[in-house]
Design a protein around this ligand. Structure first.
Ligand code: 26W
Length: 814
């Protein structure tokens, strides 16, 4: 096989061309001949052909790591939002051109084939996408990384709208099988729950669990740029230790006979099962324990292959906990060392603490996990004992350093308020490094949620600002811009995004600006077609494309955007000839199924869209679109076509954001608050090339503490007041005055996320955007400077930071 478009040494195991390999797989793996093959068959055949190529690099990488005893990095995450894998793999192997030509000759279109791959719905938000970008970057930079997570059969729900309301349906990305994974039936671990703990006559604690679930491994190879270094994503699937109760079955009790199996398998059915019921909460806790325990058992097994000294574990393994979801790793690792391998408790805790590291992704109190003691006692009695011992050890450590310090608020267990296990505190106490995901977020962590713990361990918290992979988020999703950049400055930027800085001087070149503008224009035509295909709404591709795509959450303030949209609608209606900049407001995102207010905000935006889009007075001056089922593939369509990126969270609440980086890299200008990584984006792209508005984090915090009166603010903000009146009077709900009472009440009575005090600043800044967009050439100059100055936001830079400061696992650059 040859690699024609990039000079990369991918050496195949056999001498087939890519086309021959695809045709062989079509016949012998898919079992179809060419004349009967449909797009999905071609997709599977192509995936298998590419996978074959990756396997050589995969085995080489694994052999090299074993031989050199390179330190391994284990990334434990509830979510891996990897997106479609085929295009990414072809790109990494340098075979895009060859694949295009092969299908072209058959009269087929490569992008149709790529689009027939289901999008693995194994994530929900930025945390999951970050894990996927990190997998790409670890492989590119040469870190020996293994991702560990859950192979959800149904992943996150599929979103559709019924009369504007969000509907949730099960995702079934696995129905046609998964060409990328290798099942490893021999890699299986038992994860236990329930039962009781007794002390035996030697004083040892013996846990007799009441439930046993088996975790089976499925491996997906993840190739870095160039395909030389290939890492593994290992996802666990649950099955019952008891296959089928044959006795019950033979008695005709078919349902009862399968019950064990159904219960066990429920653990890996869906991502984020509803947690408004006790059963749902218990299932979620079990999911966390399930994948964390299986992963740690696997890590210890691998370590033991060539090492007998447990104290050396931290020298060869670093385990990164992606938020608190795998925080049970702290007592679980101690348990495995003490109960299974006979180590002493204190020594085990030292080993665990030196091996584990914890990333915090949110300061929102409701997202900092805590579990009722009662639930823990019932499901994890041995772990609870160990956590108590850890708390005692921690208290002793503090007492030795600081006399009279009250440790109770810092302990993992909170015996008050009914009794809780605080997973954030547990993760902090049991890790050697704790990191935030942007400079501001890390600072706020030190001042708020982990203030006390930070005082005790001042060196433990550090920052690693998030990043994104430029392969997926520019090279693959935006081929027109990628080609223009490569044609202008060469292709070194794909492997090392810092090289993109060479584009900056071209911002002053009129011819280049024209080319850049032409690329954006074509991407917008493409996006307009996508919008029409998904929603039926026709938009004008020359309008300003204003995009807010992310989970729906109050702190992200889609409501602020919606309210401004309604105010703009009023203003346009009042004077349609006032020289408005035509705009398309594009929204996408899922609301958690039990998050009533977020779902009501979706309904409001859909109702506004219906009214505004049908209004002939307004025409192209304003359109509103809510795209259903936001996922990685949708983001890849939307981001290249955006002019304006909405990053308008209440300052202090968005830990980092990574969508903000994707947009700026693709030449969209940001309208945003000084929150999360926006602060650092502003520092890189320059104050003149970003639209910053609104209160800063300290002012927000002050107002929240003082308790402000939103209705007063509304009465002093006439545009907002009019909009609120309209919503309450049923203007957007066919006279139904009740429908949006929840939204109105939120804005007027609580407004915890400070929509009202930021409204005017947001409105004014949007009008500045309108004015600046009219000077098209200058707008593109700014857009180019955004793209050129985003080099630092590569996830490769982030991974090198983790490798150096946290994992002490500097990549093998050879
Ligand atoms: C308790 C359950 C739970 C699970 C997931 C609560 C919250 C989540 C989020 C979806 C976590 C998340 O995605 N956080 C985001 O992480 C990104 C990567 O660091 C940041 O860029 C975002 O600011 C942060 O919201």
């Amino acid at each position: 096989m040859t690699t024609r478009d990039l000079d990369m040494p991918v050496t195949p195991a056999n001498a087939l061309t890519l086309g021959d390999a695809v045709l062989r797989h079509l016949v012998y793996s898919v079992g179809k001949d060419q004349s009967h093959a449909v797009e999905r068959d071609w997709c599977v055949a192509l995936s298998l052909a590419i996978r074959d190529l990756m396997v050589d690099g995969w085995m080489d990488t694994t052999r090299r790591i074993y031989k050199t005893k390179q330190k391994r990095v284990y990334y434990l995450s509830m979510e891996f939002m990897i997106g479609r894998l085929l295009e990414d793999a072809i790109a990494n192997m340098g075979l895009i051109k060859e694949a295009k030509e092969f299908f072209g000759e058959l009269g087929l279109n490569l992008s149709d084939i790529l689009n027939s791959e289901p999008d693995p719905a194994l994530g929900n938000g930025g945390l999951g996408r970050l894990a996927a970008c990190f997998m790409d970057s670890m492989a590119t930079v040469g870190v020996a990384g293994i991702g560990y997570g859950i192979r959800y059969e149904h992943g996150i729900f599929r979103q559709s709208f019924q009369d504007g309301w969000q509907l949730e349906e099960p995702e079934d990305w696995l129905v046609f099988g998964n060409a990328w994974e290798f099942q490893r039936p021999e890699v299986e671990y038992s994860v236990e729950f329930g039962g009781s703990v007794q002390r035996d006559n030697t004083g040892k604690m013996i846990w007799t669990p009441s439930e046993r679930i088996l975790a089976g491994a499925f491996d997906t190879p993840i190739a870095g740029w160039g395909g030389k270094h290939v890492n593994t994503l290992r996802l666990w699937s649950a099955r019952s230790a008891e296959v089928l109760n044959l006795h019950q079955f033979n008695q005709g009790e078919f349902m009862a006979a399968a019950q064990q199996q159904v219960l066990a398998e429920s653990i890996t059915k869906v991502l984020y099962p509803g947690d408004h019921t006790a059963e749902g909460r218990e299932l979620r806790l079990k999911q966390e324990v399930f994948f964390t325990s299986a992963s740690l058992q696997d890590i210890l097994r691998r370590f033991r292959l060539d090492n007998t000294n447990w104290n050396e574990l931290p020298q060869y393994a670093a385990v990164q906990l992606n938020d608190t979801h795998p925080a049970i790793a702290v007592p679980e690792l101690v348990r495995l060392l003490v109960d299974k391998h006979g180590l002493e408790f204190v020594e085990s805790f030292e080993i665990a603490r030196a091996t584990l590291h914890y990333t915090n992704h949110t300061l929102l109190p409701e997202a900092l996990e805590k579990w009722p003691l009662e639930l823990f006692e019932r499901c994890l009695p041995r772990h609870l004992q160990i956590i108590r011992e850890i708390d005692n050890l921690f208290a002793a450590e503090v007492a030795a350093k600081y006399e009279g310090k009250n440790v109770d608020p810092m302990k993992a267990i909170d015996p008050h308020h009914g009794g809780w296990v605080r997973m954030g505190n547990l993760a902090f106490i049991g890790s050697s490094h704790v990191n935030g995901v942007s400079a501001l977020h890390t600072e706020l962590m030190k001042q708020t949620v982990f203030k006390d713990l930070h005082e005790i361990y001042p060196d433990r918290i550090l920052n690693q600002t998030n990043g994104i992979t430029p392969r997926r988020w520019l090279y693959e999703c935006n081929p027109l811009l990628a080609d223009l950049i490569t044609e202008t400055i060469g292709d070194a930027w794909v492997k090392d995004l810092e090289h993109i800085a060479a584009l900056a001087p071209h911002a002053d070149d009129k011819t280049f600006r024209k080319k850049f503008a032409a690329v954006k224009a074509e991407n917008k035509v493409h996006l307009a077609a996508f919008i029409k295909q998904q929603t039926g709404i026709v938009v004008n591709p020359t309008s300003l494309f204003d995009v807010q795509i992310k989970r729906i959450h109050e702190y992200k303030r889609q409501l602020l955007n919606a309210l401004e949209t309604m105010a703009l609608y009023n203003a346009i209606k009042e004077d349609p000839s006032a020289g408005w900049t035509p705009r398309v407001k594009i929204f996408a995102g899922k609301a958690a199924p039990s998050y009533t207010l977020a779902k009501l905000i979706i309904k409001l935006i859909n109702d506004v869209a219906a009214k505004v889009n049908a209004d002939e007075d307004v025409g192209d001056l304003l359109n509103v679109v809510f795209l259903p089922n936001y996922n990685v593939s949708a983001a890849e369509e939307l981001i290249p076509g955006a002019d304006l990126s909405e990053q308008i969270s209440t300052a202090g609440f968005e830990a980092s954001g990574t969508g903000n980086m994707k947009f700026a890299l693709n030449g969209a200008l940001t309208i945003g608050t000084l929150d999360g990584a926006n602060v650092e984006i502003k520092d890189h792209v320059g104050d003149d090339n970003i639209f910053i508005f609104g209160m800063e984090a300290d002012e927000v915090a002050r107002r929240q503490q003082e308790g402000c009166q939103p209705w007063m603010t509304v009465s002093e903000t006439p545009r907002l007041q009019e909009v609120v009146k309209q919503i309450s009077s049923g203007f957007y709900s066919h006279g139904d005055t009740e429908r949006f009472a929840g939204v109105v009440d939120n804005v007027l009575a609580h407004d915890y996320f400070q929509v009202t005090p930021d409204f005017d600043a947001y409105w004014e800044t949007q009008r500045k955007v309108d004015a600046e967009f009219k000077d098209v050439d200058n707008w593109h100059r700014k857009a180019i400077l955004n793209t050129a100055n985003m080099g630092w936001f590569s996830a490769d830079r982030t991974i090198r930071g983790y490798a150096k400061d946290i994992w002490k696992a500097l990549p093998d650059e050879g």
